[in-house]
Design a protein around this ligand. Structure first.
Ligand code: FDA
Ligand code: NAD
Length: 434
């Protein structure tokens, strides 16, 4: 069987892989030194597009439009770019075995790859309802969304089920973004989630009330406090109804499930130290195994600002951790050192004409400010999180680029808060003057 050797191998061809490749090129790699091995058939792209513009009924985003690094305002790396740089893109190739001791990877078709330095960038996979035995969960037209192939299947179903009924299972990122885009496609949308409000891992009840109100105004039905326990399908095997734990039954032509992600660490189990469900790294994304790095969704890294090990499943960290690892690798080869990763968490989402950003840590007490009335013509509101008398996190819906910059600054600087009522009154102007 074929065997190929590279100085650097990135396993996984998503967001991190693309940003790492750009950084390697910046730092200088020789042709033939770097390879990206990806299960996907396309060069690295900005994954966030899949749950947003990719699904628009008109003017939808399509490749090559959103290859990395356009999502952060950078150069678009087309397949030709990798060729020019002598970076080998090994696509449609799943790594099924990794032996970190012998520095060997094996693909599904039996090709062996050896490396000097490995970067693990396998990202996350979806949690499936069949993972916890939900009856009928393998019916046709029940979709998950992680990769472009999944998005293409969903696009086909949206076309086939014009003006039909969509049920969205899950009230997190996928749930909220898909609920909106299915409505934009003119489907009749119902969302189902177990918690008392949407996106509870970030939103406060106050923030969630705005989005739930806004979605209701758009005609989306929301069923809270229950879960899907089964699906019925027709003679063609296509889903027809969703059975809920509380006894209700919802009609459905399309079901989209977003009940969380799971980092793809299985290949490396037992070979590398893990923590908090991810591969444990230092502030240079080095793992416990020499010459093996882990970046993006799979890495559990020291979040210096909070003196804590964390895993972050968002695109900004995927980009920055990849760049940090590539810089650290090149620096160590030259006997130089670089600063440890010092990350300010940044998450965002867009749906309908809404757009929010969050920076920092969502711990402690919260203070909400601004106009969070879903009926307002131009709602703009936010929230601060306050711990030990200091602002540690900030959220803003509808902010301008300058306002978003101001909340990022506030979340990073941890200014003290005297009077919370005053903070609520000052709202954005508090951030602006820090
Ligand atoms: P990523 O998932 O990007 O890439 C992993 C790659 O590894 C994939 O190409 C996969 O096929 C490949 N792979 C896995 N196992 C393999 C194997 N054994 N062999 C070969 N290849 C393998 N975040 C945010 O901040 N804002 C947003 O709006 C969004 N929106 C969004 C939408 C959707 C639909 C998803 C699924 C996710 C988001 N995210 C997001 C999250 C963000 O996209 C995510 O955190 C990054 O893509 C993580 O980058 P990674 O490179 O770690 O994994
Ligand atoms: P999530 O963790 O954001 O949300 C999961 C949600 O699933 C929970 O909030 C809960 O409402 C729901 N849930 C759990 N069990 C359920 C059940 N049995 N029935 C119904 N609902 C149930 O995960 P996600 O939305 O699936 O997103 C997957 C991954 O993609 C995450 O890593 C996320 O960060 C990423 N993503 C991020 C963005 C963004 O940052 N804007 C957008 C899309 C996806």
């Amino acid at each position: 069987m074929a065997e190929k050797h590279f100085k650097y191998v990135i396993v996984g061809g998503g967001v991190s892989a693309g940003y790492a490749a750009r950084e390697f090129a910046k730092q200088g790699v020789k042709p033939g030194e770097l390879a990206i091995i990806s299960k996907e058939a396309v060069a690295p792209y900005e994954r966030p597009a899949l749950s947003k513009a990719y699904l628009f009924p008109e003017g939808a985003a399509r490749l090559p439009g959103f290859h990395v690094c356009v999502g952060s305002g950078g150069e678009r790396l087309l397949p030709e770019w990798y060729k020019e740089k002598g970076i080998e893109l090994i696509l449609s190739t799943e790594v099924v075995k990794a032996d970190l001791h012998s520095k060997t990877l094996r693909s599904a078709v039996g090709t062996t790859f050896t490396y000097d330095i490995l970067i693990i960038a396998t990202g996350s996979t979806v949690i499936r309802l069949s993972d916890f035995g939900v009856q009928g969960a393998d019916a046709k037209n029940i979709f998950y969304l992680r990769e472009i192939e999944d998005a293409d299947k969903l696009v086909e179903a949206i076309k086939a089920k014009k003006n039909g009924k969509a049920v969205i299972v899950g009230g997190g990122y996928i749930g909220l973004e898909l609920g909106a885009v299915m409505k934009i496609n003119n489907l009749d949308v119902t969302m189902v989630y177990p918690e008392p409000w949407c996106m509870p891992r970030l939103f406060t009840a106050g923030i969630a009330a705005f989005y739930e109100g806004y979605y209701a105004k758009k005609g989306i039905k929301i069923v809270k406090g229950t879960v899907a326990v089964g699906f019925d399908s027709d003679a063609d095997g296509e889903v027809k109804t969703v059975k809920l734990k509380d006894g209700r039954v919802l009609d459905a032509d399309i079901v989209v499930v977003g009940v969380g992600g799971r980092p793809l660490t299985t290949l490396f189990k037992g070979q590398v130290a893990e923590e908090k469900g991810g591969i444990k790294t230092d502030g240079f994304f080095k793992t416990s195994v020499p010459n093996v790095y882990a970046v993006g969704d799979v890495a559990t890294f020291p979040l210096k600002l909070y003196h804590e090990m964390r895993r972050v499943e968002h695109v900004d960290h995927a980009r920055k951790s990849a760049e940090q690892a590539a810089k650290a690798i090149k620096a160590s080869e030259e006997g130089k050192s670089i600063d440890e990763y010092d990350y300010l968490p940044y998450f965002y989402s867009r749906a309908f004409d809404l757009s929010w950003q969050f920076y920092g840590d969502n711990v402690g007490d919260t203070v909400m400010f601004g106009d969070s009335d879903p009926e307002s013509p131009k709602p703009k509101f936010g929230s601060y999180w306050i711990k030990d008398g200091k602002v540690v996190g900030a959220f803003l819906e509808g902010g301008t680029p300058e306002e978003n910059k101001a909340i990022a600054k506030v979340a990073g600087l941890h200014p003290p808060v005297g009077d919370v009522n005053q903070l609520a009154n000052e709202g954005l102007s508090f951030a602006a003057k820090v």
